[in-house]
Every structure is written in structure tokens, then in C-alpha cells.
Design a protein around this ligand. Structure first.
Ligand SMILES: [Zn+2]
Length: 414
């Protein structure tokens, strides 16, 4: 039976968004929490960027356990984005440990004519993609996806040809990029179904939200690919962050595929996806980006389970199903959060030994000896230098348990 899985692109498409960025330790925590939620793959970034190399390698180390500790990232694949150029692919595979790649090239007439300025024909586009795919597979990539940028404005026959050529060259998936958010559910569904059926290849749905349709398009597309007999992979981002108006929000996609009137009854999304991990992931990511979550955000917004008007409050108190489609526990909500208005001890760039020991003691973690304390203190100082925001419990925990990899994450050598 085909399946629907999630490939989260927060650490690539989300992070390339204008005016925001993440420290490598923050990207790593996001990978860890995505794995915990049951996401199939995280598109972790750009392996060819010099500043991503140590981050990529450190995260691959974190997928391996040893006798002292389990792997941090247990089942999720770590993928990278690359231009569909054989030379880029070869460099990415030799310079880093990346072993899952998505290879991207524009396919629409608009971009061939006005971005590439007519330099490449359609045959050239297919040849570059095929050469890159072969380079990926011969270079040791475990999976390779071929991305058609601006697919929604590309002639459908050409997309089928592109996907078929990719499949024959060894590509594992075709990524349908609605780069400008131009599709609607009634256009994307038949288009991706045709590609899945004719090219016989699993399809990724990569939808942008310029018209507010990213979640609806992703789900409609994924169900259509499933109905055409192929696996579907929805590209999500946490809190819907992404270029311009963003990408398809992870929580909303899961909610739509679990609770909407028809899709919710089909049960097509992998059952292993554990939405009770979503609230923590959403909050962590919003803080890391320094962004507020809108109060009306599905599932995770402050008002997602709030009722005031007389009829609604009365109805929700009598039976929450009167006014709630799903339970807050399903999103991982319901804990009381304690804050203090008294003394606060933090640790960070300017922290010292006593403060560090106090903060970790609150988390139930002690130190073996002075050397251990000094090591963690130094990593805390450097990590805080890269985050430029108070370190979260997740970041402190990661520093304590995986110091060798955190050292790689906080070392930046231009
Ligand atoms: Zn995108």
C-alpha cells in the first residue's frame, strides 16, 4: 500500500526566509524534535555552504549511538538541498557526510526564458537533472529526489517527461514545487496524479502559501498521489515559516489529514507521526526564530482552545466536542507552565561555574569533576554566542549529553 509521509523543510526553506536565521545548535534541536515527532526526513540545509559542513557532519554523528548513549536522531533521514549540477552534487557528497539529496532545477517557460535568459533548452534541463542524479547515486547518495522548481507553471507533458527521466536515472522521488503558491486543490490534484501514474515515481508536494492554500494544496495533492498508487511526501515547515507567505504548516497538514471531513476518514498519513510532540516543537522553533506564533494558529496558537462568548463557553464546558474538533492533549498541550517573579539565575556567554552548576542542578544534571564543568561551561558560552538568545532547556541538555558534536556546531571557521 502507498503511504503519506512528511519531509520537513524548516531547516532549509524555512531558514532561507528573508530577515530570519538560526544558529546551528538551534537547527540541530529542531532535527531532534522532528525525529521525535516521527517525521520521515528533515531537509537540514545546504551541504555545499561552507558554514553548514560541520553542522551536517555533527548531525550525521548524532544519528549514531555508542556504548555510552543512544543516538539523538533515531529514525529520521537527514537530507540536503543542492542545485541539480553534477559538480555541486559531487562536492556535497565528498565534503560532507550528507547521503540524502534533493536536486533542484527550474522547469517553467517563465524561468527558462527569464531566469536562465534562454541559455538552456528543455533537453538541457533534463540532461543536467539526469547527470546530477547519476552523480548522486554513483557518489553514494542513499536517496535522491529531483525537484521541478515552478512546477505549477510548467507544461504538464514536460513535467511527466522530466519525472520519467529522473526515475530512469535512479531518482527516488519527484518534487512538485508550487514555488509561487499558484495552484489550487482542483489543479494540483489531477496534475500530480498524472505525474505519479505516468512516471511511476513517488511524489513530494512542495507548496507555498502566497494565496493561503499551501496546506489545502499539499493535502489534496498527497491524497491524489496516493490514489494514483504512489507514495506521497508532504514538504512541511514548523509554524508554516518559509519564503514570503511561507510553506505548508506541519501541524495544520497533520490535523487536516487526521480530522477533516473526508481526508480524516481515510487514515492515509503514517500513524507513527505523534502530534503530541508538536506543541513543544512549535514553541521551540518560534523562540529560535524570534517570532510570535499567531494566537489563532491551528493547534498551537494561544486561542486554539479558548472560549469566551456565552454560547461557546457553555457548550465547550458541557462537552468539549461541541466546539473543539480535536483535543488539546493530541497536540501535546495541557501542562501548567510555572514562571517566577523572583530571583533568576541564567548561564550563557558571561556565565561562570556556580551559575552553570545551579542551572543544571535544576534540570537534575550534575558534573563528574572540575574538568567536566569547565568543558560544559565553555560550550555553553560559545553556544550562547551563536544563538544570541537565552539558551533553552533543550539546548542546555544537548550541550551536556553530546559535547563533542556541540563543539562542531559552535565552531565557525570562515
Ligand atoms: Zn520552497
Amino acid at each position: 500500500m502507498p503511504k503519506i509521509e512528511l519531509i520537513d523543510v524548516t531547516n532549509r526553506d524555512g531558514e532561507q526566509t528573508a530577515r530570519i536565521s538560526l544558529a546551528k545548535i538551534q537547527k540541530t534541536v529542531i532535527n531532534w524534535l522532528l525525529d521525535d515527532l516521527g517525521v520521515y526526513q528533515s531537509e537540514m540545509g545546504f551541504p555545499l555552504s561552507p558554514h553548514e559542513k560541520d553542522y551536517v557532519n555533527a548531525n550525521y554523528e548524532l544519528t549514531e549511538g555508542d556504548e555510552n548513549r543512544p543516538p539523538l536522531i533515531k529514525q529520521m533521514a537527514l537530507g540536503g538541498w543542492s542545485r541539480a549540477l553534477a559538480s555541486d552534487v559531487e562536492k556535497a557528497l565528498t565534503q560532507t557526510r550528507i547521503r540524502h539529496l534533493n536536486l533542484s532545477i527550474s522547469t517553467s517557460e517563465q524561468m527558462l526564458r527569464w531566469k536562465f535568459q534562454g541559455k538552456f533548452s528543455r533537453a538541457d534541463i533534463i540532461k543536467m537533472m539526469v547527470d546530477a542524479t547519476v552523480a548522486a547515486k554513483q557518489g553514494g547518495a542513499i536517496t535522491a529526489g529531483v525537484n521541478a522548481e515552478d512546477a505549477s507553471r510548467t507544461d504538464l507533458d514536460f513535467l511527466v517527461e522530466f519525472a520519467q527521466a529522473g526515475q530512469e536515472a535512479g531518482a527516488d522521488r519527484f518534487r512538485y514545487c508550487d514555488t509561487l503558491g499558484h495552484d489550487d486543490p482542483s489543479t494540483i490534484a489531477p496534475r500530480v496524479a498524472t505525474i505519479a501514474r505516468e512516471a511511476q515515481i513517488p511524489v513530494e508536494l512542495h507548496c507555498h502559501n502566497d494565496l493561503g492554500l499551501a496546506v489545502a494544496n499539499s493535502c489534496a495533492g498527497a491524497v491524489a498521489v496516493y490514489d494514483a498508487g504512489q507514495d506521497a511526501y508532504i514538504n512541511t515547515t514548523i509554524n508554516g515559516i518559509g519564503e514570503r507567505a511561507g510553506n505548508a504548516d506541519l501541524v495544520s497538514c497533520v490535523l487536516a489529514l487526521r480530522y477533516s471531513a473526508r481526508w480524516g476518514c481515510l487514515g492515509l498519513l503514517n500513524n507513527a507521526i505523534d502530534l503530541s510532540k508538536a506543541y513543544r516543537l512549535s514553541r521551540y522553533t518560534a523562540n529560535a526564530f524570534g517570532m510570535e506564533i499567531p494566537i489563532n494558529q491551528p493547534g498551537v496558537g494561544d486561542n486554539a482552545f479558548a472560549h469566551e462568548s456565552g454560547i461557546h463557553a457553555d457548550g465547550a464546558l458541557k462537552d468539549r466536542q461541541n466546539y473543539e474538533l480535536y483535543d488539546f492533549e493530541a497536540i501535546g498541550r495541557g501542562d501548567k507552565i510555572e514562571t517566577t517573579t523572583g530571583r533568576i539565575i541564567t548561564t550563557g556567554i558571561h556565565g561562570g561555574k556556580s551559575g552553570l552548576e545551579y542551572v543544571y542542578a535544576q534540570m537534575g544534571l550534575g558534573f563528574q569533576d572540575a574538568e567536566h564543568t569547565a568543558l560544559v561551561l565553555k560550550l555553553v558560552q560559545f553556544a550562547n554566542l551563536t544563538t544570541q538568545a537565552p539558551l533553552s532547556p533543550e539546548e542546555l541538555w544537548l550541550i551536556y549529553h553530546y559535547p563533542e558534536q556541540v563543539r562542531m556546531l559552535v565552531t565557525l571557521t570562515p
